[in-house]
Design a protein around this ligand. Structure first.
Ligand code: G3P
Length: 221
């Protein structure tokens, strides 16, 4: 299973890369805004470099059509490790599957994002998406069950032999990460603060303190 860092914060990417657990980094326009990026083009190239040899996911900012295709090709040319996030639909509900299919056929690695349903996952896989992001937190926000969408999607992909990888995205806490793992997500993308919580445990701290105190007492005796 792959772990991506959902962040545009260079210091966090360096830190978590140094922990040896990252398979890549995901971003979207909200993540760039939240992390204070003011010059996206320059920042994306630098973040792709920091994410290497992992995959770096950059999202298009055009809603559809040839402008989206041209932007996706430009972003893909930033570095060899770039995957392009393309939302499954526009804000008006028009399908972006044609764009996803065209980019895939042109050799661009596409991550179909903003997926909230099994139907969207099925169509994204049919269109050739390499990665499919299921925004589990946003499914849950609307009274749905994000983990159940992931689980059904994984069963469907395996049953029909599609090699698209499911990314559990929009995780709101460590419980979402664990539910996504249980549901069979191929990848989970995690904000830095949640990754830190995943590594931590009050009683692990207590246990390590006991070990260190015992070692110190032994040395002193
Ligand atoms: O990868 C998509 C994810 O970052 C969206 O998260 O919190 O905006 O639902 P959120």
């Amino acid at each position: 299973m792959k772990i991506f860092l959902d962040s545009a914060d260079a210091s966090q990417i360096k830190f978590w890369s140094g922990q040896g657990i990252l398979d890549g980094v995901t971003t979207n326009p909200l993540v760039l805004q939240r992390d204070g990026v003011t010059d996206p083009e320059r920042a994306l190239a630098e973040l792709a470099r920091l994410a290497a040899p992992g995959v770096f996911h950059a999202e298009v900012t055009h809603a559809g059509g040839q402008q989206l295709i041209a932007e996706a090709r430009e972003l893909a040319a930033l570095a060899d490790n770039v995957a392009i996030k393309v939302p499954v639909i526009t804000p008006e509900g028009e399908s972006c599957l044609a764009e996803i299919s065209e980019l895939t056929r042109a050799g661009v690695v596409v991550n179909t994002t903003a997926c909230l349903t099994l139907g969207q996952v099925v169509l994204a896989a049919k269109a050739g998406a390499r990665y499919i992001s299921v925004l589990v937190g946003r499914v849950d926000d609307e009274g749905g069950n994000g983990a159940e969408v992931l689980e059904k999607a994984r069963i469907w992909l395996d049953r029909w032999g599609y090699d698209s990888e499911l990314i559990a995205a929009s995780v709101r806490g460590t419980a979402d990460v664990m539910r996504s793992i249980d549901a069979g997500a191929h990848c989970v993308t995690v904000p830095p603060a949640i990754l830190a919580k995943l590594a931590d445990h009050k009683f692990s701290r207590h246990t390590v303190r006991e070990f260190l105190d015992a070692a110190a007492a032994t040395k002193a005796s």
